[in-house]
Design a protein around this ligand. Sequence first.
Ligand code: ADP
Ligand code: MG
Length: 624
Amino acid sequence: MKRIRVLGDGLANKIAAGEVVERPASVVKELVENSLDAGATIIQITIAQGGKELIQVEDNGAGIPSDDVPLAFERHATSKLQSSDDLFAISTLGFRGEALPSIAAVSQMTLITKTTDEPAGSLVEVHGGQLIKHQPIGASNGTSITVRQLFYNTPVRYKFLKQDATERRYILDTVTQIAMAHPEVRFTLIADGTELFKTAGDGDTLSVILAAYGRKVAEAMIPVDRTKDLVRVVGYVSKPHLHRGTRKDETFLVNGRVIASRMLSSALERGYQSLLPARRFPIGVLGLELDPSLVDVNVHPAKAEVRFQEEREIFQRVMFAVKEALLSQDLSSSYALESKAPPQSQRMDYREYRQKLASPSPSQSYSDHKPLLWGRDEVAASGPVVSRPITQPREQSSLSTFIRERDQDLWARKKVVDVVANSNPAEGRLHSHPMWSGLVPMGQWINTYIVLGHRDALWLIDQHIAHERVLYEKLRSSYRRNIGSQPLLLPLHLELPPSQAAVLADHLEMLTELSFGIEEFGGGGFLVRSVPLILGQRLEQASIEEMIVELIEHWEKGGDKLDATITTMACRAAIKAGDSVSWSEIEDILLDLAETENPYTCPHGRPIIVKLGLPEVERRFGRR
Ligand code: ADP
Ligand code: MG
């Protein structure tokens, strides 16, 4: 048996690093939280190569007194917790005294810090947990911590890091979330020399939302503010027409601390009830303000999770707050107000917009004795008055319209049931291909299926899936072999929030190889000048934008593969079920389909052609 012994500090710190420091983004989180705890109002984060090479956090906070500097690198050394009683009412972000020693154990760290009352600052250099240098230095007030070569001495951890772009995205997400919690602090994030994200520090959450997600999102946010029994739920949630493919843009704060909570996510989503399509998620920033003793933040080493004493109660509070905010928006009165909004060309600037968005005072409109579904008049009088440029008419629609939009598919189907057959196709060109030569074209059924008659079977072809297969194969074979693009009449101007812009920028090359013409002109702006000829015929301006956003969401989830990209494009650009299509177009699709590798199944394995055999039909008629 080996003897039990106490771990040396170096090893203990490396182990602790495993808990606190998972990736560059966790380093950024710890350092920025320290800056916030030090009362900083300006925080600048500089990274290189996704933070693997360099992470630097500079702040204008209180600094560390020179005598305390060596202590900051000792485990469980903290200035924030004086007695164990404090543990149950924590108001600072850090308190374990683990971050600095843990990070210093697995990197090459330089710290420069100075307090206001001391004439000089201190410089400390620690490599892999070893103190290399400690000396006085001239410095400005505040603290600057530089972390180089993260995980240089723990190769296994290093190996687990993702591509630079992915790590950079994690960092951006981290900084964005923290900025949501601290609108009063001016944050700047610079990655490889480019400014990725910058907030004004004007104390306005909506202005952080604008910085993070762009104008479109900011304009579609609804204020939430509900207080009951000293618990306040406050923030912004997106209108139901706006949603994402992941929960990434759901931000939760508990007493100003960013946390992840499945419970809060589901409370937020339940607030939307059925207003969102399946597996789509809202954008929201929701803060919970309550007595710190009702929350246990000490559950997770990186403090990303909390435990509530009254889970169910909190769930209900959040859900109702969201529900009320949403309901207050879906009113004909707000429609009347909005129709007076300036025409689209007169763009309102953010300040103007902000002034018009008068958030309701909680005591007026959300007093708690009121029933949830109050009368219209009441809300019209006290609900938030929203006026903004109208970009999409459906933005102001009523609840029923939202629900109808969600079930668009169903509506389309109902509509097409009346249009029974688009029949009478002339003999046409189909015979030119052996695959179709023995078939008699019979028409398009309910604008969804192409019907062909064979001697011993009826062939039903799903027009969408057939077209999807065709486009998929054409796109695939066009990759890296410029087969022509179609210029757009009007170049499409995309304005993307930084996180999405970064993702799109990373994939521009792939898109170019697929014959897209897209230019990046900084600040999240892109200009789509042309699309692949193959897709051009069917894509409208609006759907090009939707397609690109869908692609970005795909890539964000790690769907970086060319194949997934092409599949998404093909699906977007293909004719839909319910589209009325000319017979000549159908012929084109069928002739192309016959040339594909596998005309019988789509890339996901769904059938393209279903054959209804004569024996089956005869059985039904009792002939057999
Ligand atoms: P914790 O934040 O849990 O106290 P850390 O290891 O993150 O532990 O930091 C240790 C101590 O170093 C802090 O308690 C604080 O006194 C000091 N410190 C760290 N970063 C800063 C900073 N940016 N400004 C001022 N003091 C800092
Ligand atoms: Mg800390």
